[in-house]
Design a protein around this ligand. Sequence first.
Ligand SMILES: Cc1cc2nc3c(=O)[nH]c(=O)nc-3n(C[C@H](O)[C@H](O)[C@H](O)COP(=O)(O)OP(=O)(O)OC[C@H]3O[C@@H](n4cnc5c(N)ncnc54)[C@H](O)[C@@H]3O)c2cc1C
Length: 262
Amino acid sequence: MSQKIEVAPGLIVLRVVADGWELPEFSPGQFAVLGLPPEAPRCDGSRIEDQTPRGGRLIRRAYSIASSSVSREYLEFYINLVQSGSLTPRLFALQPGDRLWMGPKITGTFTLDHASRDHHLVLVATGTGLAPYMSMLRTMLPTTEGRRVSVLLGARHSWDLGYHSELATMERLCPNFLYLPTISRPDEEVVPWSGRTGYVMGLWTSGAVREQWGLRPSPNDTSIFLCGSPAMIDDMCSLLVTQGFREHARNAPGQIFIERYW
Ligand SMILES: Cc1cc2nc3c(=O)[nH]c(=O)nc-3n(C[C@H](O)[C@H](O)[C@H](O)COP(=O)(O)OP(=O)(O)OC[C@H]3O[C@@H](n4cnc5c(N)ncnc54)[C@H](O)[C@@H]3O)c2cc1C
């Protein structure tokens, strides 16, 4: 592991370099598998784990890649701490230079490949569900002429909005890109938050995308990606279905694409 950036309490960006092998090619939106042995130390502030890992076996979990697929100097991951989890407290205890296991295969179907090329994109995330979109945006945003792209991001606090300044800069530089963050606990802000508040679904129902795009996103012209907490995904999906969108399946193409983290 080459770099650990602490974004906020319980949120880190990890950069991983391959030692003695070449990082494989991947499509933005795909995930890698990281692993550590049960003997690896847990970070301060973690709780007793829900399940004691079996000795001698690596603890492995999937993580979406947040870095661009065109520059493979390192792979970047955006990870939140599950205090009673098995792997994340061990990942949080890593220091630059420490070794961890990474699976040689990068896989996943949560990519832009199945979305119609002429569709606008709405990328909806809570928390670290932003990771696959960072890879997509860092790889292709400047070349998406004509295609509108919006990120709708929900977090509890403003300090949990990882990549906030990078996304705000993209919005300033790319006329086709819209970044809409919202926080759900404005009462806990240290400095008053003047941005949007409430859940990410409220951003969609508020009509903010329609207002900014100057057109109403419809299943004929827009593909919607959902990534992060299961509650957000279920609520958004149910709502979108009532608006005529359909979940994409291999044998029945649709406009809703989903990545469930748990
Ligand atoms: C395709 C895929 C991509 C993923 N990408 C990411 C990523 O980019 N960043 C990331 O942080 N996680 C990601 N995850 C989740 C990750 O694989 C682990 O499940 C998570 O880090 C918890 O691991 P753990 O061993 O610490 O917890 P475990 O011991 O496995 O405990 C799991 C329990 O913790 C809860 N949980 C799991 N993930 C989260 C979470 N993110 N936030 C809150 N509670 C959670 C659930 O209740 C779950 O049952 C991804 C999962 C999948 C399937």
